[in-house]
Ligand binder design. Structure first.
Ligand SMILES: [Zn+2]
Length: 314
C-alpha cells in the first residue's frame, strides 16, 4: 500500500504536487484502511464492529446463501487477491468452495498461519464432533458443528481474535481495535442478559430444525433439538425420515420448526401441518431478514421470534 503510493508520488510528481496543493485546505485523507474479506456475513458483521472506520469489509457468501455451498465466482478471486485479512469460519464450513478460490487468488497475506488469516473455529468448544469419520455419508460436519456464531459467548471469543489479528496487520490502529472490542463486549453483556431473561421461561422447550444449525443456540438457551428434517447434515430429507420426525414431534410435543432462507420451507410446512407446529423464518446471517444488519439486531430478532412462538405453543 505504502510502496504503491510512494511510487505514485515520484513517477507522477507534477500531478501529485497539484493534488496535494488543492487538497491542502481540506480534511486530511483517512489513514490506510485494511481490506477484510469474510467468508460469511456474520463474520463480516463482527469485523465491522471491531474494525470500524479502519477497515473495509466484504463477505463472499450472500446472507441468503447456504454457507456450505457458496456459488464461487471469479470476482471472489479478485476480492481475495486484494485482501489484507481473511476471516473464515473454519471447521470445514467452507471446505466445498473456499480452497480453490484461495489457490487462484495467490495472496500470501492471507495464507494459513499469516497474521492476515483468521480461523474463527480456533478457540471454540465444538459441539457434535463425530466419533467416526465417514465423508461418504455426505456429512458436512466432519470436524464438529461449524454453526457456532449463533452462541453469543462464542462471538465474544471470535471478536477478541479478530481484534488481535487486526492489530497485528495494522498496528497504527491497534488502540482503535481494542476500544471497539471493549465497546462490543459491553454491548454484548447487556444484550445477553436480556436474551437470557427472554428465554428463561422456555427452559427445556423442544424444537425442530431443518439442518443441524441451531445446536449452539439450543445449548446456550437450554432448549432441546429433538429432530432435524435432514436425516444427516447436507442430505435432503427422505419421506421415511420425515415420517419419523412427525412421530417424534407428536410424542414429545415439539411444535416449533426453525427454517433458514435457503432451506426447503415447503418440507417444513408439510411437517408442521401434521404436527400443529409453527414454521419460524430464522436466519444466522445478519441481513438475511430485513432489519437484521448487525449481530445484535439479528439475535434480537431470533430471540423475540422464538420466545413468542414458544409462548404461543406452550
Ligand atoms: Zn452445517
Amino acid at each position: 500500500m505504502k510502496i504503491i503510493s510512494f511510487l505514485h508520488l515520484s513517477v507522477l510528481a507534477p500531478i501529485a504536487a497539484w493534488s496535494l496543493a488543492t487538497s491542502a485546505s481540506r480534511v486530511p485523507p483517512p489513514a490506510a484502511v485494511i481490506h477484510v474479506v469474510a467468508t460469511t456475513p456474520d463474520l463480516a458483521a463482527l469485523a465491522r464492529e471491531i474494525g470500524g472506520d479502519a477497515v473495509e469489509v466484504k463477505a463472499l457468501a450472500k446472507a441468503t446463501e447456504d454457507p456450505h455451498f457458496v456459488d464461487a465466482k471469479p470476482s471472489h478471486i479478485v476480492t481475495l487477491n486484494r485482501a489484507d485479512v481473511l476471516i473464515e469460519g473454519g471447521a470445514d464450513l467452507e471446505i466445498g468452495w473456499l480452497p480453490p478460490l484461495l489457490e487462484s487468488a495467490r495472496n500470501d497475506r492471507i495464507a494459513t498461519g499469516a497474521p492476515g488469516r483468521i480461523v474463527a473455529s480456533q478457540g471454540i468448544r465444538m459441539l457434535d464432533v463425530p466419533s467416526t469419520l465417514d465423508r461418504a455419508r455426505g456429512d458436512v460436519h466432519a470436524l464438529g458443528n461449524p454453526h457456532f456464531l449463533i452462541d453469543p459467548i462464542n462471538v465474544r471469543t471470535i471478536a477478541a481474535t479478530i481484534a488481535e489479528h487486526f492489530a497485528l496487520v495494522n498496528p497504527k490502529s491497534a488502540d482503535l481495535f481494542r476500544a471497539n472490542l471493549k465497546k462490543f463486549d459491553a454491548t454484548l453483556d447487556v444484550h445477553l442478559a436480556t436474551w437470557l431473561k427472554q428465554m428463561a421461561p422456555f427452559k427445556g422447550a423442544k424444537i425442530v430444525t431443518y439442518h443441524k444449525d441451531f445446536v449452539y443456540l439450543a445449548e446456550r438457551f437450554n432448549l432441546e433439538v429433538v429432530e432435524t428434517l435432514e436425516a444427516k447434515p447436507g442430505i435432503a430429507p427422505s419421506p421415511a425420515h420425515l415420517a419419523q420426525v412427525i412421530s417424534t414431534m407428536k410424542a414429545q410435543n415439539a411444535r416449533v420448526i426453525l427454517v433458514q432462507p435457503y432451506q426447503n420451507r415447503k418440507t417444513a410446512e408439510t411437517v408442521a401441518r401434521q404436527t400443529d407446529a409453527t414454521v419460524l423464518d430464522m436466519a444466522q446471517q445478519p441481513g438475511a431478514i430485513d432489519g437484521t444488519g448487525t449481530y445484535f439486531q439479528l439475535m434480537d430478532y431470533i430471540v423475540t421470534l422464538l420466545s413468542t412462538a414458544l409462548q404461543e405453543k406452550k
